[in-house]
Design a protein around this ligand. Structure first.
Ligand SMILES: [Zn+2]
Length: 381
């Protein structure tokens, strides 16, 4: 991926650090300066950020390794300042599998929080353990009547060192679980939400609903983020909004493409050109404007390829109209009339074939070109 640094490969999955991740360290420096931390304090803070993103990374591995159980590979994991992304080659389409893959990430953070809690209970005693419990309580009670700074001062605990950062890390992992479970598709909670709905109403309707809910929550994130200067939240909102929309569009398109086949949109009237015709005749046909690409046959009427508009235009510009068409002929994809529209769409849209031929045992039945495909999609949608 561009603009990112490859850190290492673990379990066969490359881990990339996005360039903007450097901002995290600048942010740590700024917090250190703002709170007049000494060098040691600032280093602890940076160490905390590294540990935090270690937890985010393990979360992403939770998704990637459960997806692997369903034969879904992961291209890579990218760490950015607003979180991690495990780029799975696809989401399992079975709702129960998507459910497991989506919940695996937050479950990793539950496990980390429990582990750290256990370790802390073992190593911290008496008033230190009291502080630990008090801190966590304070984080999630939403009744912050006591000032953390004041308590720290009274208990004599420095805002650095393991004593301070262990509870912070536990609290952050619990925070990660709660935040990720917000049902804002395509965040984890949103995927869980979609998979549950998909079990009842099918994937297409479930995605539509999940995307609407996701976009509504994303708008709240953006509004609240801008209002309270929490720009990270606003950025997450923006990301959720756009990916919810594009993922929904993809699922709806896929559903549409599955319903038709090549025979539904092939054009049976097309001009047959011959390899030994002159380019002059192709140029004349192109100028009539009815067809832009042509199938080319040999003298035995066997298909030898296709002549596309770009080649004809190039021949006109270079004054090559007295040459034979065969010299400009390119390979053409041939599909059966039973071929799904998905495959046709892939060949034309993704692979960039300007036209494909449709044929069965009896011979060529017709052609499908870019314009015909888009026209068909406009009419049916
Ligand atoms: Zn996740």
């Amino acid at each position: 991926m561009r603009g990112s640094l490859r850190l290492f490969t673990w379990f066969g999955i490359p881990v990339h650090l996005h360039w903007s991740f450097g901002l995290i360290f600048l942010y740590a420096l700024w917090i250190g300066y703002d709170n007049s931390l000494d060098l040691m304090g600032t280093l602890w803070l940076m160490g905390f950020f590294v540990a935090l993103f270690g937890c985010v990374l393990l979360h992403e591995y939770g998704h990637a390794l459960t997806a692997r159980r369903y034969d879904v590979d992961t291209h890579d994991i990218i760490l950015t300042p607003i979180g991690g992304i495990a780029r799975l080659e696809k989401m399992p389409e079975k709702p129960s599998q998507e459910f497991v893959v989506a919940i695996a990430g937050p479950l990793v953070n539950v496990a980390i929080a429990l582990l750290l809690l256990g370790v802390s209970a073992l190593v911290f005693h008496e008033e230190r353990w009291e502080f630990f419990k008090w801190f966590l309580n304070q984080q999630f009670s939403f009744s912050a009547d006591e000032d953390t700074g004041q308590i720290l001062e009274e208990s004599g605990i420095q805002p650095s060192g393991l004593m301070f950062y262990l509870p912070v890390l536990v609290a952050t992992n619990i925070g990660l679980v709660l935040f990720n479970l917000i049902p804002a598709f395509p965040m984890d909670g949103g995927r869980i939400f979609r998979s549950l709905m998909a079990m009842k109403w099918g994937r297409v309707r479930a995605t539509q609903w999940a995307a609407w809910v996701g976009q509504a929550i994303a708008v709240l994130f953006i509004a609240y983020g801008l209002w309270s200067n929490a720009f990270t939240l606003a950025l997450v909102g923006l990301f959720v909004f756009t990916t919810a929309r594009s993922e929904n569009a993809m699922v709806q398109l896929d559903d549409f493409l599955r319903r038709y086949k090549a025979s539904d949109l092939l054009r049976p009237q097309f001009t047959r050109m011959h390899g030994n015709d002159w380019m002059q005749s192709a140029a004349a046909l192109l100028q009539q404007g009815l067809e832009r690409h042509f199938l080319v046959f040999d003298l035995d009427d066997q298909l030898i390829g296709m002549l596309e508009e770009n080649s004809i235009v190039a021949a006109i510009k270079k004054n090559l109209l007295s040459q034979e068409i065969a010299q400009f002929t390119q390979k053409v994809e041939v599909v059966s009339p039973e071929e799904s529209l998905q495959r046709v769409f892939f060949l034309i849209r993704q692979q960039g074939n300007p036209m494909i031929a449709v044929a069965d045992e009896s011979g060529i039945l017709g052609v499908i070109d870019e314009a015909g495909l888009y026209h068909f999609m406009r009419m049916k949608k």
